[in-house]
Design a protein around this ligand. Structure first.
Ligand SMILES: Cc1cc2nc3c(=O)[nH]c(=O)nc-3n(C[C@H](O)[C@H](O)[C@H](O)COP(=O)(O)OP(=O)(O)OC[C@H]3O[C@@H](n4cnc5c(N)ncnc54)[C@H](O)[C@@H]3O)c2cc1C
Length: 267
């Protein structure tokens, strides 16, 4: 198969593996029927340096992923490395992700348009949320969230919003091309398993190619069947977490079914 790169360079290959992420051009080109569906909610996000938190808030949040489940919504706060990669407690950032339902249509379009009124479908970058949106979510945080969590939510200087989508594909191979990771299925973030799935897709492909003794079509057939199943099951699990927390109000974060990551390699 001959490939032409964006700079005009050409090359030959027996198998092209496209791992080009959530906005995959390969997916769009090969599988135009792949679906990207809005989940009905967005993630409000932001960070606060741990050193800016009140000591009692820092003590509450420093060594855990802290969840609060409220009606039709949930929020989590956890430490992430600070500027320059600092991982020492006190030098990190406290990061929050607050899932809030936003109806499709006018409410979604208004929120995503941000302060400059640009049409957007995926995210409002830091600094671009409208004053009205910031005022609304901060007032709701003060009213509805536990004080340490509200402190993080309200302390973030440049909050931003990401819309949550499900992306699934009808196939992961087309001739001598394979797509994997987020280029294939991109799932809601609740299981924190996107990286594990991408790695599992790649490892399984290597195993299938090795096991097929050079028969690439046979390897792709075995691999695709298993990875489509993995992608669909993970998509469904993440969708269920979303439904239970954002719609049914039946979510129990301690339920082992809802545990982070893949349940085991390939699952
Ligand atoms: C805010 C956020 C938080 C997340 N948190 C977690 C988490 O806690 N745990 C977890 O497991 N997952 C998490 N994820 C999901 C995780 O990041 C993805 O599932 C994972 O990165 C997918 O890996 P990938 O290799 O398929 O794609 P990516 O990591 O997106 O890599 C795709 C690469 O392809 C490159 N590329 C794109 N187009 C082209 C092109 N045309 N030519 C050449 N290169 C191209 C991109 O530049 C990029 O380097 C999170 C995602 C986000 C956005």
């Amino acid at each position: 198969m001959e490939i032409t790169f964006a700079d005009g360079a050409r090359d030959e290959c027996d198998l092209l593996v496209a791992a080009d992420g959530i906005n995959s051009l390969t997916r769009e080109t090969l599988f135009p029927s792949a679906r990207s569906r809005y989940s009905g909610y967005v993630a409000y996000r932001g960070t606060v340096p741990e050193e800016d938190l009140r000591p009692e808030t820092f003590a509450e949040l420093r060594d855990a992923i802290t969840y609060q489940v409220i009606r039709d919504s949930h929020v989590l706060v956890y430490p992430i490395p600070g500027p320059g990669g600092a991982v020492q407690p006190g030098e990190r950032l406290s990061n929050y992700v607050w899932y809030r339902n936003v109806a499709p249509g006018a409410p979604f379009d208004r929120l995503l348009a941000g302060r400059d009124g640009q049409p957007r479908k995926v995210s409002v970058p830091p600094g671009m949320l409208s004053d009205e949106a910031i005022e609304e979510f901060r007032a709701t945080a003060t009213r509805e969230l536990a004080p340490p969590i509200a402190e993080v939510v309200n302390g973030a200087r440049e909050p931003f919003v990401q819309a949550v989508y499900d992306i699934d594909v009808p196939a992961m191979t087309a001739g001598q091309v394979a797509i994997l990771g987020d280029a294939a299925f991109a799932v809601r973030p609740h299981a924190a398993a996107g990286t594990a799935k991408a790695a599992a897709d790649a490892w399984a492909l290597a195993d299938a190619l090795e096991g097929a003794g050079g028969d690439i079509p046979a390897a792709l057939k075995t691999w695709e069947e298993a990875q489509l199943d993995l992608g669909r099951r993970l998509l469904e699990r993440c969708r269920e977490i979303g439904r239970r927390s954002q719609v049914d109000n039946s979510w129990d974060p301690s339920d082992p079914y809802l545990i982070f990551g893949l349940h085991e390699p390939g699952r």
